[in-house]
Each structure stands twice: as C-alpha cells, then as structure tokens.
Design a protein around this ligand. Structure first.
Ligand SMILES: NC(=O)c1ccc[n+]([C@@H]2O[C@H](COP(=O)([O-])OP(=O)(O)OC[C@H]3O[C@@H](n4cnc5c(N)ncnc54)[C@H](O)[C@@H]3O)[C@@H](O)[C@H]2O)c1
Length: 381
C-alpha cells in the first residue's frame, strides 16, 4: 500500500531534534501505518549548524526562522524541539496556521501559558501530542496494561524518583547552548519541569489525577556565571524537589528529583503498590518490569523480573524476535507510530496538549507549595 506523505517541519536541531528525526526515519520500517513522515525542513538559528543537521538526517531544506517554517504551505506538522520558553509562541503560531503539532515537554513555562496553548490548539482543532515518551517504553505500557486488567487491585502507593548529578560543580555556568536548563528564564523551572514532569505524566497515566501536593525545593548553588550576560547572576531554578501527594483514587504519592545525586545520570524509577500486586520499573533497565503477585503460590512467591521482549508485550511484535530487547530511542519511534496511526483515525495522540496541561498543573502546584510552605490543591484542567 502506498503511504500518504506527512511533511514534517522540525524546530530545534539538538538532542530531541535527533531522537525525533530517528523516530520519523525508522517508523515505516517497523510499523504498518497509513502515513509516511517526510523530513521536509529542519529549522535552527545558526544556518551552518542547521545545514549540517539537515544533511546528516536527510532533511530536504533548512530554515533559520521558525516563523518561515510555520508559514510554509508544504509543511503539515510542526515538531517543537526547542527550549521550554519557546514552546508557546511556536505552538500557537503553528495552530493558527492550521499545522499539526508535536511539542516537546514540559508543555509550557507555567499553567497560565499552557492554558493559552491548549486554547489555541483546541480552537484550531489540529492533531497534537506532547513528547512524554516514557509512557511508550514497552515495560511502562505493560504496567498500564496490568493496572487496567485489575492485576494490582486497589492502589495504595505510588513512588517515583528522577536522579541526576550533572550540576554539582559550582563552576558550571548557567544559560545559553547546552546550559539553558539552569536558566529559569529559558527553562521555567529546574528539576520540577525538566525531570519530575516525566514522573508526573507517567503517574497521571498509570494512577489517575493528583488532587493535592506538599513540596520542598532547594537551590544548592545560589549564583552562577550567566553565559549570555557574562555576569554572575542568581540561580532561580530548583536544583532539587521532593513532594508528597494524594491521588484522587485515595493512594499516596512520593516523588523526588535532583541533579545532585552523585553517581546517577538518569535514574528514573517508579514503584506502585496495590492490594494484590506491585510493579516497579527502572529507566536504566528499561526493558524489564519487576512484578510481585500475591496470588502466586506461597512457596514460589517473590519478585519476578519480566524481560519485556515477547511478541505479546506492548509494541514488541513490531521489532525483533522474543528475547531481544529494545531501548531508549524506540520510545520515540513508538510515539511517532501512534501519532500516525491515530492520525489515520482522525485523532490526537495521548498525551495531548490538554493532558500535558494536567502535568503542568501539578508542576505549578508543587512549586507554589514549596514557596508557600503549605499543601496546595491541584487546579483541575
Ligand atoms: N522527552 C524527553 O525525554 C526530553 C529529553 C530532553 C529534552 N526534552 C525537551 O526537549 C526540548 C529541547 O531539549 P534538548 O535537550 O533537545 O535541548 P538542546 O539544547 O539539545 O537543543 C535545543 C535546540 O534548540 C535550538 N533553538 C533554541 N531556540 C531556537 C529557536 N528560536 N529556533 C530554532 N532553534 C532554536 C538550540 O540552538 C538547540 O539546537 C526541551 O523542551 C526539553 O525539555 C525532552
């Protein structure tokens, strides 16, 4: 069957620009979907760098101003892979131009800005998705399947961590290429929007809405040289954040994230304890789901490590043969595959902008709680 072309205009030629490009290139090799992504244009502010990126990933053309890209009639979908402070402007312009939108996380700098994005996207009625890609690690999708099947029963506890160690040095500057995550004016927040947002998205997907939170944050290094101004400036991001929460289903949540956990590079873990069973997952071992089922025979009962590589496991029949695992980059291929499949059915792909706004609402409540030193109710979206 000849596939319908879907012309992609990608904005931002950094880390996520690469993972998404890989997803677009691989998807039709492994997934039988009606559409074929065409790498039509890559946009970066530096022409030589954008050109080098476009050559490497085989984009047909280059733009240096995202406004030109959004205005091009030959672009069907705009993919936003730029720092957080640019998402809203690009997404709203793309929606007004009638483009489909795939936007990196966190959706926005804060809830107010995110609401404006959702309003624009819903008014335009364009298919959309936000790249909370960890939902599509097959082991995480399998956890969702177990929950939906009732294997865990009533859920009591949800626990998640996202730990890194790359900002411990006080000599590390803030701002500019590669270090925009330390600059609140580009990132919005620190680990809350960058890392906990992933944990929150997964939690909302697996365990439903969060009702209220109480949080603490810390900025361990108070001043850093700013790469753009050249001056030493206050650091306004949260270096670490921990919060407790109550889910609407009555379960309790415990979340922690930091960039000061020496020895950890990207340790995203979660554990869910239900009345019948528990699951746990670890990004460093992402092809496994740990599962404890109380209904097992008492003599053999114990944690089992499910190697999520069987054809019966989510997404896996599209890849190799049972026993052979896949990795990080495949989560992006899966999101592209689901986007194209849903497009064929006239639907957006979860998490949509509105669903990502729910994550933003939790992030905002967490940051407000830390500032005010009190429990905060999460604004329903
Ligand atoms: N889903 C995930 O797991 C994941 C992982 C990393 C980053 N992200 C998100 O992806 C986004 C980008 O992060 P990254 O790690 O790729 O950053 P990056 O710094 O590697 O790349 C960002 C790129 O955007 C370019 N850029 C900045 N402003 C631009 C503009 N106005 N027009 C065109 N290009 C512009 C920069 O020059 C850079 O090349 C962020 O929102 C981040 O939170 C998501």
């Amino acid at each position: 069957m000849s596939k319908k072309p879907l012309n992609i205009g990608l904005v931002g030629c950094g880390f996520m620009g690469r993972t998404h490009s890989n997803g677009y290139k691989r998807v039709n090799d492994f997934f039988d979907v009606e559409y074929r992504p065409v790498l039509k244009a890559a946009c970066g502010r530096n022409e030589a760098a954008a050109k080098a990126f476009a050559d490497k990933w085989q984009y047909e053309s280059v733009e240096t101003d995202w406004r030109k890209l959004v205005a091009r009639p030959d672009i069907d979908a705009v993919d936003i892979c730029t720092p957080n402070n640019t998402h809203a402007e690009i997404a709203i312009a793309a929606a007004e131009a009638g483009k489909m939108i795939l936007c990196e996380k966190p959706l926005s700098m804060d809830l107010v800005e995110g609401q404006k994005m959702v309003d624009a996207i819903e008014k335009a009625g364009v298919p959309n998705t936000v790249w909370y890609n960890y939902r599509r690690a097959p082991a995480v999708t399998l956890a969702r399947q177990f929950i939906d099947e009732g294997r865990l029963g009533k859920i009591f506890h949800y626990r998640a961590n996202f730990l890194q160690d790359w900002t411990i040095s006080a000599d590390l500057p803030q701002g500019g290429a590669g270090l925009w995550r330390l600059d609140a004016s580009a990132a919005g927040s620190g680990v809350t929007g960058d890392l906990l947002a992933h944990c929150i998205d997964t939690a909302l997907w697996l365990n439903g809405p969060i009702a209220s939170v109480t949080a603490m944050t810390e900025t361990f290094v108070k001043e850093r040289k700013h790469n753009l101004s050249g001056k030493v400036e206050p650091v306004k991001i949260d270096d670490a954040c921990a919060f407790l929460c109550r889910f609407e289903n009555g379960s309790l949540g415990l979340f922690e994230s930091t960039r000061y956990a020496r020895g950890h590079k990207a340790l995203y873990t979660f554990e869910i304890n239900g009345e019948n069973a528990s699951v746990k997952w670890d990004l460093h071992d992402l092809h496994r789901l740990q599962f404890f089922d109380y209904k097992d025979d008492s003599i053999t009962r114990g944690w089992r490590s499910i190697h999520v590589s069987d054809g019966d496991h989510p997404y896996m029949k599209n890849w190799w043969v049972p026993g052979l695992q896949i990795g990080y980059e495949h989560t992006f291929v899966h999101q592209v595959a689901d986007f194209l499949k849903n497009l064929g059915e006239g639907k957006s792909t979860s998490p949509t902008f509105r669903e990502a706004l729910a994550t933003q609402a939790v992030c905002d409540a967490v940051l407000d709680s830390a500032e005010l030193g009190q429990w905060q109710t999460v604004v329903p979206v």
